[in-house]
Design a protein around this ligand. Structure first.
Ligand code: URA
Length: 234
C-alpha cells in the first residue's frame, strides 16, 4: 500500500495532508525518513513513524447487521431515537452505515470504517445489486412486475427494478421480491407509491452476493475476507 494511504487509513490525516507530512520529512519507514510520495509499505511488516512516533495501521472492519424496524442509520439522533450503532459493541462507535435503510425498513445493512468500501458499494456508478422483499397492500395487479421493471419518474429520478417477482398474493396483502442497482433515497417505497401501491413492510435481504441468511433481527456478524473480496468484485 502507498505510504500516504497508510497514513490516511490510520486516521492521521487526509491523503493530501499525509502527502505534506511525507514531503516535510516527518515520516519514516523502518527508521529511515522517506520523502518520496508513493513509497510502498507493507502494513503487516513495516514500521511507520511520524515525528518518531509509531503509526499503527487501522484495522478495517466490515460488519453485516440485520437492522430491525425503528432504528435510524445515523451516528446519533438529537431527538434521542434509537440508532443502529446501539446494536453494536461500544468500541465500534467509529463504524458507519454503508448507505442507508429507512427507519421503518429492516434487513441487511453493512457498517464499516473503510471509506473506499463504502463508496464502492453505494455509488450508482458501480451499480451493486440490492434485493428487497416488500409486503404491499392488497392483491398485486397483474401487470405489477412489468410496471416495476419499466420504472417511473419521481421528482426527476428514474426509479426502476432490475428484476421483480410476486411471491405471494391475496386480497389483503402481497409479497414482492425486487432487485435494484441505483441506491436512490427511499427508492423502493417511492417506486411503489408512484404506482399507487402502499408498502406495509420492507426488508433488504441481499447486497450483491451477500445474503441476510439466518442472521437474527438486531444481530450482527463480521464479514469474512472472502465476502469482502466478493463484494468488491461484484
Ligand atoms: N428503498 C426504500 O424505500 N427504503 C429503504 O430503506 C431502502 C430502499
Amino acid at each position: 500500500m502507498r505510504l500516504q494511504k497508510y497514513l490516511a487509513d490510520a486516521g492521521l490525516a487526509s491523503r493530501r495532508a499525509a502527502e505534506e507530512l511525507i514531503r516535510a520529512g516527518r515520516v519514516a519507514v523502518n527508521g529511515e525518513i522517506v520523502i518520496r510520495l508513493g513509497t510502498q509499505v507493507n502494513p503487516e511488516a513495516d514500521r511507520v513513524t511520524l515525528d518518531g512516533k509509531v503509526v499503527r495501521a487501522k484495522r478495517r472492519l466490515y460488519v453485516a447487521l440485520n437492522k430491525p424496524r425503528g432504528y435510524l442509520c445515523t451516528k446519533a439522533d438529537p431527538q434521542g431515537r434509537r440508532t443502529v450503532g446501539q446494536l453494536l459493541p461500544h468500541e465500534w462507535s467509529n463504524l458507519y452505515p454503508v448507505g442507508r435503510l429507512d427507519r421503518d425498513t429492516e434487513g441487511l445493512l453493512f457498517l464499516t470504517n473503510d471509506g473506499e468500501f463504502c463508496l464502492r458499494l453505494t455509488h450508482p456508478r458501480y451499480g451493486v445489486r440490492k434485493t428487497y422483499l416488500a409486503e404491499i397492500e392488497g392483491r398485486a395487479p397483474a401487470d405489477l412486475v412489468k410496471r416495476l421493471t419499466q420504472g417511473v419518474t419521481d421528482e426527476g429520478d428514474n426509479l426502476k427494478a432490475e428484476t421483480a417477482g410476486v411471491l405471494d398474493s391475496s386480497k389483503t396483502r402481497s409479497l414482492v421480491r425486487l432487485t435494484l442497482r441505483e441506491g436512490k433515497y427511499h427508492e423502493v417505497r417511492r417506486l411503489f407509491t408512484s404506482l399507487g401501491i402502499a408498502v406495509l413492510a420492507l426488508r433488504r435481504t441481499e447486497i450483491g452476493p451477500i445474503k441476510l441468511g439466518e442472521l437474527p433481527l438486531g444481530k450482527w456478524r463480521v464479514l469474512t475476507t472472502d465476502e469482502v473480496k466478493r463484494l468488491l468484485r461484484d
